[in-house]
Write a protein that binds this ligand. Structure first.
Ligand code: MV4
Length: 501
């Protein structure tokens, strides 16, 4: 039971600020680390202390274990919160923290290793009686093996990298003739991405739902789940929208999958916040897919319906406290939706749209939360993820939440970079989405409506905004231009809110 007084947040962007916000509420001092590109980042100014850790590329800064440990020791941090991405699922880092007497806010290194290796994870879950996708137990070593498995479970199948996750090193096989090339491609992608060419086979689940369960576990063997998140709206394995409850879910299925998620965590002596991902097919069969041993991007929707601060719980658990609630104390109240706002150009194949945020005005009002980090004048660096903000809304019902999300997206004004906002607006107006009729192929299946530029974009606004940006660019450098700035401000104020439909 050690009281944590100072936390180093080994991350950047919105999640670094998200973690520090809870620390402030708990009177815990915060330490930021930053790269060259992040000298002007908001997390640096938000923290009590901030330390430079290296050049802009991640492997010279946010992935530099020695440097981060050095900073933690020299500033006297008791604990490190890794956020998501970067070192959050790096077992070596977790090990180093413990060795140096610093609390790693997350599970133990051995669980990170087990869950990071999909073959091991499948074995652990199978032993615990959790349904996994039918497939091979071990890595495959010959072409013949693949054909034998096909005879057993039929086509289509997927070849997946054991060290993979998130879609890398994955190949679909629909015909036997594709076996050689698919295995070769998966192997070489796995080797170059993860330095490990082990691959295994899973039966291909057609049009599944991606549904995950949030779990929380303390150091005393208590585990609860905080219900599900429906994450099927993705493009190229990048999530765009998450919601809870899932429109697909029934109370019985929720109970059953929730128990399964708790059993999965217990089976590996899990500690902290974690997520069990399932694929759910059209007949509501569910299969363990993988476990994420970190806080996830989409955690706020769970916070919104349960009223529980997940970062606070992570910290309490890391201090050795017992969970302060039991499963029966937890309820899902109302409906929450998250939209991820990416600085990407939807009209140019979603290429990252780096650049300076000239003006930004974020939605507010009843039931709205934004977790972001950009501000007026901030230049989005090219080195990191292009997600600039998360917009989370709550409603008493799913319908109310969707309406609130439309309203909040309408209020979102950003100039200087292109964003995914208009696509998100189209999803919120898509009939299939509104009916809750969607799975992981939603974006492809609704491509025409979602990508159509026939729908009226508010061109007059865009012209005004573009003029404004030009204007600021031209006058920005002068000394005595208050009048011009006022004119520019008024130009911005005159641009209406967004309205793409
Ligand atoms: C699958 C699958 C169908 N069957 N595995 C994609 C990312 C990785 N986490 C697992 N993925 C999938 N695995 C079997 N056996 C379909 C997908 C998949 C997917 C999963 C979740 C969310 C979106 C997806 C989009 C395409 C494919």
């Amino acid at each position: 039971m050690s009281q944590i007084k100072k936390i180093l947040v080994a991350n950047r962007g919105e999640i670094a600020i998200r973690v520090m916000r809870t620390c402030r509420e708990l009177d815990i001092e915060t330490v930021a680390v930053y790269s060259e590109a992040d000298r002007t980042s908001l997390h640096v100014r938000y923290a009590h202390e901030a330390f430079y850790i290296g050049e802009s590329p991640s492997n010279e800064s946010y992935l530099n274990i020695d440097k981060i440990i050095d900073v933690a020791k020299s500033c006297g941090a008791d604990a490190i919160h890794p956020g998501y991405g970067f070192l959050s699922e790096n077992a070596e880092f977790a090990k180093r923290c413990t060795k140096e007497g610093i609390i790693f806010i997350g599970p133990t290194p051995d669980v990170i290793v087990t869950m990071g290796d999909k073959i091991q994870a499948r074995e652990a879950m199978t032993n615990a009686g959790i349904p996994v996708v039918p497939g091979t137990k071990d890595k495959i070593t010959s072409e013949k093996e693949v054909h034998d498995v096909i005879k057993e479970i039929g086509l289509p199948i997927m070849i997946k990298a054991s060290a993979g996750g998130g879609g890398k090193g994955m190949r679909l096989i629909q015909e036997e003739s594709e076996v050689i090339s698919a295995v070769r491609a998966a192997r070489s992608e796995a080797l170059s991405s993860f330095g490990d060419d082990s691959v295994y086979i899973e039966k291909y689940i057609t049009s599944p739902h991606h549904i995950e369960f949030q779990i929380l576990a303390d150091q005393h063997g208590n585990v609860v789940h905080l219900f599900e998140r429906e994450c099927s709206v993705q493009r190229r394995h990048q999530k765009m929208i998450e919601e809870t409850p899932s429109p697909l879910m029934t109370p019985e299925l929720r109970d059953e999958m929730g128990k399964c998620a708790v059993d999965s965590a217990k089976a590996v002596n899990y500690v902290g916040a974690g997520t069990i991902e399932f694929l759910v097919d059209n007949n509501l069969n569910y299969y363990f897919l993988e476990m994420n041993t970190r806080l996830q991007v989409e955690h706020p929707i769970t916070e919104r319906v349960t009223g529980i601060d997940l970062v606070k719980q992570q910290i309490r658990v890391a201090e050795g406290d017992k969970l302060e609630f039991k499963q029966e104390d937890l309820i899902q109240k109302g409906h929450a939706i998250e939209c991820r706002i990416y600085a990407e150009d939807p009209d140019n194949n979603f290429m990252p749209s780096a650049g300076k945020i000239y003006k930004i005005s974020e939605p507010l009002g009843l039931g709205v939360r934004t977790d972001g980090y950009v501000y007026e004048g901030y230049e989005i660096p090219i080195y990191y993820d292009s997600m600039i903000s998360k917009l989370i809304v709550w409603g008493k019902t799913r319908d109310e939440a969707i309406r609130r999300m439309r309203r909040a997206l309408y209020e979102y004004k950003i100039t200087g970079v292109k964003t995914s906002i208009k696509i998100l607006e189209r999803v919120m107006n898509n009939e299939n989405f509104i009916e809750g009729n969607y799975d992981t192929h939603f974006i492809e299946k609704n491509r025409e409506q979602l990508m159509s530029s026939k729908i009226k974009d508010d061109i007059s606004d865009m012209v005004i905004i573009a003029t404004f940006i030009d204007y600021l660019d031209k006058i920005g450098q002068k000394e005595d231009n208050t009048k011009e700035f006022a004119a520019a401000q008024s130009c911005w104020n005159k641009t209406s809110f967004r309205n793409h439909f």
